[in-house]
Ligand binder design. Structure first.
Ligand code: ADP
Ligand code: MG
Length: 247
């Protein structure tokens, strides 16, 4: 049996006075890919943001164990250094910092020191997977990037940083067919190259087509209301969430 990398137990999360997650349980083993679906406003991004330690998300009760340690006791920075990565729904622009500097510094912060030569070589290989032009490395992070370019830049970071667990929050939304395919190829390369774990939050099946999916969870009303294997994705796309909600 493989090792549990993430264990969430009875998680309750509030934003301001509003209770969003109400006793959510979820666990992920090493190398597994989990999909999270659920209606808009269900709390999917809240779960991701809570895992990353965003300050507005107040954990009122429950436990989260990541790689055998208490995640809630760690700062956001410590979480990232321990190998937790999140691709956000709206990536921020960072004027004045080139993509190459950003990724190289983050690799170093995570303990992977590389010569500039080796960094450039590794970067060129991963950019090939993502059909990215090498000139991206010299552009300021996300500044003037199109939606598709931002997402590719995030998957590029995923491939360079090789985190133990990556959370992708609707990385495929708003992308054209070719961009979704490229992003999906990048995520597949992450699965194959690193054996890392994934939590993919998505509404569509397209990003999942070439990926191995171990488990699907449906979140609504602050908790997991249905679980199953990858066939649950198709079932929900066909019939909607209704039959699971309010049960
Ligand atoms: P999902 O990602 O499933 O669509 P979210 O987790 O983004 O849902 O949101 C869940 C609920 O929490 C929504 O009602 C949303 O308005 C609220 N919410 C999320 N983030 C914030 C925030 N930073 N401030 C206030 N309300 C928020
Ligand atoms: Mg969301």
């Amino acid at each position: 049996m493989s090792k549990e990398i993430l264990t969430i137990e009875k998680l309750c999360v509030k934003i301001g006075e509003k209770e969003i997650l109400k006793g959510l349980d979820l666990s992920v083993c090493e190398g597994e890919t989990h999909v999270i679906m659920g209606p808009n406003g269900a709390g999917k991004s809240t779960l991701g943001n809570t895992l990353m330690g965003k300050p507005e998300y107040e954990v009122t009760s429950g436990n989260i164990t990541f790689m055998g340690e208490d995640l809630l006791a760690m700062t956001t920075d410590e979480r990232a250094r321990k190998g937790l990565f999140m691709s956000f729904q709206n990536p921020v622009e960072v004027p004045g910092v080139r993509l190459s500097e950003f990724v190289r510094n983050t690799c170093e912060a995570m303990g992977e020191k590389m010569s500039l030569w080796n960094f450039k070589k590794a970067a060129a290989e991963q950019m090939k997977v993502l059909n990215m032009d090498k000139t991206y490395l010299d552009r300021e992070l996300n500044v003037g990037f199109s939606g598709g370019e931002k997402k590719k830049a995030e998957i590029f970071q995923l491939l360079m940083l090789k985190p133990a667990l990556a959370i992708l929050d609707e990385t495929d939304s708003g992308l054209d067919v070719d961009a979704v395919r490229t992003v999906s190829e990048g995520v597949k390369a992450y699965q194959e190259q690193t054996g890392g774990s994934l939590i993919i939050i998505t509404h569509s099946t397209r990003i999942l087509e070439s990926l191995k999916v171990d488990r699907v969870h449906v979140i609504a009303e602050g908790t997991v209301i249905a679980e199953g294997d990858s066939s649950l994705v198709d079932e929900i796309n066909e019939n909607g969430f209704e039959k699971y909600i309010g049960k």
